[in-house]
Design a binder for this molecule. Sequence first.
Ligand SMILES: [Zn+2]
Length: 105
Amino acid sequence: MADITIHQCQCPACLSGKDHDARRHHHHINLLMSRLDEQQRRWFAALEAKKVGHGGDALLALITGLHVDTIRRGRLELDDDLRGRPDDRIRQPGAGRPPLKKTTR
Ligand SMILES: [Zn+2]
């Protein structure tokens, strides 16, 4: 397994060190991001940014460490139904559903 570093949220609330409602959510965003590939990270951040609404791109840039332009690009790609984006995924060996195979002895 490649070494996975989980980005620490840089939003003002998390940086303050105080407990706040979104802290776990921000951590989970970064946890999930650490398992995604580059374009999936972009789309996930974009989706979260859309949820935030105004200022979402900038906030998600702070949370995820992605560039704000990257998140905006992800939003545009989502809005375009990911048209033209490759949908072939690189599967890790052993990932996904096991093949349907009868084990008879
Ligand atoms: Zn945060």
